[in-house]
Ligand binder design. Structure first.
Ligand code: GDP
Ligand code: MG
Ligand code: K
Length: 301
């Protein structure tokens, strides 16, 4: 898009890590806008979400990949493939781990995936606000000899500690390059996808433990009614079982109403317009194993 100005840098950065290590929190802090969906449930982020940070001499394009983990079903395989493809395309990989947990089987599994990757990998130890410095040193020690990391950087994505320094280090590793995106653009994702994620986030939060990850949101229609500047969104929440449908709808539709109200507020903030949101709930058994339908749900390779 823009010509390369001498000294200007730009690069693609992938964030890899087990569910709940804080990938979305980090991205949201850096980009300063709610584009990746945060949740205390694992695997909330299923797609690549790009966040773009533009400074006066660099552009960082972040990719929030689905967690690499041992696949349990076909959707897991698919997510793994997406994550692995991403590793080859980027300039820097941030391998994010939880300072309170240390090196374990999950980390070992991911490091195996890195063996064939030539991209520089940073070990980013997140949640340092939760550990004593001595404890942190032990964690760093537990990674000795496990992989030849380009940098080891402890941060707190939640409180912001050392995040500036991490960005500075990343900049050392990205090439000179143009500003790919306009300075005010924070994501190249279609609004539809973000809207569906916002609805999914509310549904997961409000139903808590009762609904596992078997929930998808399909945007049936999203159009701006010009006269009044109202965006009309029609969306379907898809669950796997009748019992889950009951939970999502709630007594006299209370739960669905609450999901809709909360999602609407976020969508209005995102779009800067009034939103009319209509939600439906549909049961589709075993949707996670129906690969042919993945594209319809917005997953992409
Ligand atoms: P993801 O699955 O890797 O994207 O993880 P999330 O960003 O969704 O974070 C999972 C949970 O960890 C959330 O409850 C976050 O608030 C919390 N979290 C993330 N970063 C930090 C941190 O630096 N410190 C603390 N104490 N909690 C964090
Ligand atoms: Mg996430
Ligand atoms: K999560």
């Amino acid at each position: 898009m823009n010509n390369t100005v001498k000294g200007h840098k730009s690069g693609f950065i992938s964030i890899i890590g087990r569910p709940n290590v804080g990938k979305s929190t980090f991205l949201n802090r850096v980009i300063g806008q709610k584009i990746a969906i945060m949740s205390d449930k694992p695997q909330t982020t299923r797609n690549k979400v790009q966040g773009v940070l533009t400074t006066n001499d660099a552009q960082f394009i972040f990719i929030d990949t689905p967690g690499i983990h041992k696949p349990k079903h076909k959707l897991g395989d698919f997510m793994m493939k997406v994550a692995q493809n991403t590793l080859k395309e980027v300039d820097v990989i941030l391998f994010m781990v939880n300072a309170t947990e240390g090196y374990g089987k999950g980390e070992e599994f991911i490091l195996e995936k890195f063996q064939t990757v030539r991209t520089p990998i940073f070990l980013v130890i997140n949640k340092i606000d939760q550990v004593h410095p001595d404890e942190l040193l032990k964690i760093i020690d537990s990674y000795k000899g496990k992989y030849n990391f380009s940098e080891i950087i402890p941060i707190s994505a939640l409180e912001g500690n050392n995040v500036e320094n991490l960005l500075k280090q990343i900049k050392e590793y990205i090439p000179e390059g143009p500003q790919y995106y306009p300075a005010d653009q924070v994501t190249d994702h279609p609004e539809r996808f973000i809207v569906s994620e916002l609805i999914r986030e509310k549904a997961l939060h409000l139903t808590r433990e009762e609904i596992p990850h078997s929930l998808a949101v399909l945007i049936d229609k999203m159009e701006r009614r010009d006269e009044k500047d109202i965006v009309h969104v029609m969306a379907t929440i898809i669950v796997e079982r009748d019992s889950q449908k009951g939970i999502v709808i709630g007594k006299q539709g209370k739960m669905l109403k609450e999901i809709g109200q909360r999602a609407r507020v976020d969508i209005e903030n995102l779009l800067g317009s009034k939103v009319f949101l209509e939600l439906w709930v549909k049961v589709q058994k075993d949707w996670r194993n129906k690969m042919t339908q993945l594209r319809d749900f917005g997953f992409r390779e």
